[in-house]
Write a protein of this length. Structure first.
Length: 271
């Protein structure tokens, strides 16, 4: 078997988590990421027929994910430490018993387990895979400007989205489906997981007001880029929110961007 730490998916996960920490999105043990992997990606690195290291109860059900494997961040783990001890801070799990149990195949070497937001991740995976089977990453973090924006901007999804679209030309191109928003809810619960999954039916970005954001993508780069672009829009907004706005990107200009880049803005969000 090859060393799993040399696997492309592992190298990219470590690089991405380090980058997220360096961006200031994941203070202390804040944030979590899960990556869906196919068995073909794992066969050179793990004996998938061997008995799991141990079983971990999940506290939810997701029969749609039976047998699927996920590389996921650990609860209480600091992203800044992943590059130094990935086998402690990451775990590779396989969903079993209709989602009620996760078989640990590798990682969490200190006896730890997956993030407390694991149910929210899995519920979002179920929804997004049903919409687009290429969506393989769920990413949660705490970008400062998006979080700050939820304190001073109405949480209406259409208005929140439109504000971000108006901040820089890239926003409507990168997330034409917009941004959905949840009011403050208790984190680490199935309830917020279910609410997030429901919002994932219509957008790939879901803001948790006063907390952070969830993003999904085909790979780690796409999920990261989605959040990065929304955060840039929020940063511009936070810098100008207290100032008189003399100009903005207009709806006709947003329509031009839509046509030029071949994207379709969310229905009803442009005048």
């Amino acid at each position: 078997m090859k060393d799993i730490l040399t696997a492309p998916f592992m190298v990219e996960m470590i690089r991405t988590l380090t980058n997220m920490y360096d961006h200031g999105w994941d203070e202390r043990n804040g944030g979590n990421v899960s990556l869906l992997l196919e068995e073909a990606q794992l066969r050179d690195y793990l004996d998938l027929q061997a008995a799991p290291v141990r079983d971990i109860p999940t506290g939810f059900t997701a029969p749609e994910l039976e047998g699927r494997c996920f590389l996921v961040t650990g609860t209480g783990k600091y992203f800044k430490n992943v590059q130094y001890a990935p086998e402690v801070n990451l775990g590779l799990v396989r969903i079993a018993d209709g989602g009620a149990r996760a078989e640990l195949l590798w990682g969490f070497a200190d006896g730890g387990k997956f993030t407390s937001e694991f149910p929210a991740h899995m519920m979002s995976h179920v929804v997004r895979l049903g919409i687009d089977p290429t969506n393989r990453v769920v990413m949660h973090c705490h970008p400062v400007n998006l979080l700050a924006m939820t304190f001073i901007h109405p949480l209406d999804e259409r208005e929140f989205t439109r504000t971000l679209w108006q901040m820089c030309s890239e926003c409507i191109v990168v997330f034409p489906d917009g941004v959905n928003v949840l009011p403050w809810m208790l984190c680490g619960t199935n309830e917020i997981g279910e609410a997030t999954a429901e919002k994932m039916k219509t957008a790939r970005l879901v803001v948790w007001a006063l907390h952070g954001i969830y993003g999904v993508g085909r790979d780690l780069d796409e999920a990261f880029g989605l959040i990065e672009t929304a955060e840039k829009g929020a940063e511009i907004y936070m810098k100008i929110a207290h100032l008189p706005r003399l100009t903005t990107i207009t709806d006709p200009q947003l329509r031009q961007l839509e046509a030029h880049f071949g994207v379709k803005a969310r229905e009803g969000y442009l005048e």
